[in-house]
Design a protein around this ligand. Structure first.
Ligand code: PMP
Length: 441
């Protein structure tokens, strides 16, 4: 009998024993194509030589040194490399162990920044509905996914939630993309005014919404307007690129495509590519300087900050991106994958929308294409697609519909950047077969 506490108590999971490129292999020798990179994590596949060698070398040199005593070579080199590529005036990197910790750190840093500047009344965080920022209580409070929040509601910190930029579901008939983007962004200004402009500390959003909506990018102009509004009211802009960052969309940082730079940027997942648990929060020079000139101490920390082995792995991931031109590859493969998905699923009566960027794609399932009505969540359609696809050797990431009926089932795809066109064609074909199987069952 297993003593591991699994996420789902009544599922019998195969045991993963090894990896080979884009494939995971279980104890029975079955191979699974990692079509979702786990949860948009495994961007280099599962057997990358460079990352494995970097980890081994770092274990031999130094495994761990607490950051109150030392910095480390890999953490310094990784921070330099990230900042050299980061947008705007992002200038400092705070390394943590994953996405939720990066978001928690961002929320607390935003608060401390305003305190240091003599604005203790700034305490409100505005986020968006149908977003996901992590599962720790602060990050969960920021997230706007009703299903994930429900059980823990009494423990959550009160935060505001405005509508996401979700064109497929929420753009009004006859409204231009531009007008829709501006209208949706202006909801932020309205909320800041409602709360009182001097009381708002930050706004947080995912440039491409991952785990809740399924690869939904904002329409052009939306984030430019958001940036203007934040600047106007002295509100910090936190972008959560935990899922969509690190090359996944064809840019190292997803916000590059939107032409905006945040004050704080959160990354994780692809940063360590699954080889090590690591996340990071990048912050602007102005924020760092305010802390340095004030208390000189960020009142937040975790034991594994800047872990040398994790940093060495992430450094090797970035080197691999550069040497293999993997982000260029994602940009080239993005439209190929889109065409393959549209060929297989574009006319499907129960596929409402196919959207994404780079190698980050979402498929929204609907009962009725004309009305965009979702399936009854009790049917568990996305979960069935996942199970059937897995039985056919494809891993894809299901997002169940919510019981309030406001959000239908989605499937998220985030294959490794090293995937080739033949493999992507197979992903699209197996997914179509799995969907048909799930609908028939
Ligand atoms: N933010 C976003 C946008 C995410 O997608 C996730 C994870 N799915 C998180 C934060 C939390 O990251 P972690 O699971 O590494 O704590």
């Amino acid at each position: 009998m297993s003593h591991v506490f699994p996420r789902h108590c009544h599922t019998d999971l195969p045991t993963a024993v090894s990896g080979d490129g884009c494939y995971l292999i279980d104890a029975e020798g079955r191979r699974y194509f990692d079509g979702s990179g786990g949860a948009a994590v495994s961007c280099l596949g599962h057997s990358n030589e460079r990352v494995r060698a970097a980890i081994k070398a770092q274990v031999d040199a130094l495994a761990y040194a607490h950051t109150s005593f030392f910095t480390s070579e890999p953490a310094e080199a990784l921070a330099d490399r990230l900042i050299a590529r980061a947008p705007g005036d992002l200038d400092r990197v705070y390394f943590v162990s994953g996405g939720s910790e990066a978001v928690e750190s961002a929320i607390k840093l935003a608060r401390q920044y305003h305190l240091e500047r003599g604005e203790p009344q700034r305490r409100h965080l505005i986020a968006r509905r149908q977003s996901y920022h992590g599962n720790t209580l602060g990050a969960l409070s920021a997230g706007g996914n009703a299903w994930r929040r429900a059980q823990f509601a009494p423990l959550l910190v009160e935060m505001s939630h405005i509508a996401p930029c979700y064109e497929y579901a929420e753009r009004a008939e006859g409204e231009s993309l531009h007008d829709y983007g501006q209208r949706t962004a202006n909801a932020l200004e309205a909320e800041i005014l409602r709360l009182g402009p001097d009381s708002v500390m930050a706004f947080i959003a995912e440039p491409v919404v991952g785990a809740t909506l399924g690869a939904v990018a904002a329409v052009p102009g939306y984030f430019t307007r958001i940036r203007e509004i934040c600047d106007r009211y002295g509100v910090l802009l936190i972008l959560d690129e935990v899922m969509c960052g690190m090359g996944r969309t064809g840019h190292l940082f997803a916000c590059e495509a939107d032409g905006v730079a945040p004050d704080i940027l959160c990354i994780a997942k692809g940063l360590g590519a699954g080889y090590q648990p690591i996340g990071a929060m990048l912050c602007s020079k102005a924020i760092y300087d305010a802390i340095a000139a004030g208390t000189g101490f960020f009142q937040h920390g975790h034991t594994y900050l800047g872990h040398p082995i994790a940093a060495a792995a992430a450094l090797a991931v970035l080197e691999e991106f550069e040497e293999q031109d993997l982000i260029g590859r994602v940009s080239r493969l993005g439209p190929v994958f889109e065409t393959l998905l549209r060929d297989q699923l574009g006319q499907h009566p129960h596929v409402g929308d196919i959207r994404g960027r780079g190698l980050f794609w979402g498929i929204e399932l609907v009962e009725d294409r004309a009305t965009k009505a979702p399936f009854d969540p009790a049917r568990g359609l996305a979960g069935r697609v996942k199970r059937i696809a897995k039985s056919r050797g494809l891993l894809c990431y299901p997002m169940p519909g919510t019981r309030d009926g406001r959000l239908g089932d989605h499937i998220l795809l985030a294959p490794p950047f090293i995937a080739d066109e033949t493999q992507l064609a197979e992903v699209a074909a197996v997914l179509k077969a799995a969907l048909d199987g799930a609908l028939a069952g």
